[in-house]
Design a protein around this ligand. Sequence first.
Ligand code: SER
Length: 316
Amino acid sequence: MKNILVMGAAGQIGSELVPALRKIYGNSNVVASDIRTDINEEFKNAGPYEIIDCLESHKLVQAIVEYKIDTVYNLVALLSAVGEAQPQIAWKINVGGLINILEIARELKFAVFTPSSIGAFGLSTPHDNTPQDTIMRPNSIYGVTKVAGELLCDYYFQKYGIDTRGVRYPGIISNVTLPGGGTTDYAVEIYYEAIKNKKYTCNLKPGTYLDMMYMPDCIRAGIEIMEADPSKLKHRNAFNVAAMSFEPEMIAAEIRKHIPEFEMNYDIDLVRQAIAESWPNKMDDTCAHEEWGWKHEYDLPKMTEDMLNVLSKKLK
Ligand code: SER
């Protein structure tokens, strides 16, 4: 039986990963932690919840010892667009928080999951079928922190034998908690606006292809990599995981199949556009497939149907 701590549990991924983990491993075996105090009661009461800042080592140590934690999901991060506005804070949180938990893992011995991202790639990376092992020269501070994170996780595995694992997530599309200031946020907002107003103003240009993934696949990837047989893993951290690749016109067209009057306009955010253009159009996730059996379930039509269905009930 695993005892798991999820750091950043109130965020976009954490708020759905925690219930999924609790279903598998039991409510009391999954401890949620975040700096936020305004958590909804149902989430808070379903299992242990600890208010912890990722930079406060003593509080992390306390929780890890108290709950006999053997696996930590470190989901704490500033995303790409907000990171550009506050680069020092992005470094402090994204890298500082990670080093903190890796150092504690060195002492107390537990496995650590850390998500990397399509943001770890840059303009000089091959954009189509981006290989697992390729040029990593990101142009955003978010990407710099993600590459540093990938390298740190590999280093702590090689040097100290810490069981670090992770994936490079695409933009994540979900309907429970909104993402907090990323470049791929449009692909979430568009569904909310399609339901509420039947129109959306997109901040990326038509033709901007990016990798995206629906939350159920995102959660499954995070759980499956931590359950994978370590003897089969040639890579440990930062596996490319892909599900779908599209540009804004394609998601709008898919929405129109359900809401024919849906209208899309454009008002380009130059910061997000520059970041998006530096990221892959489509990653190659063969290594994840071969080493631990990764396979996505949701494509654009299947995700769109589900998103519109869930949000039409939620936003009633
Ligand atoms: N969704 C993230 C962002 O846009 C990428 O990992 O910042």
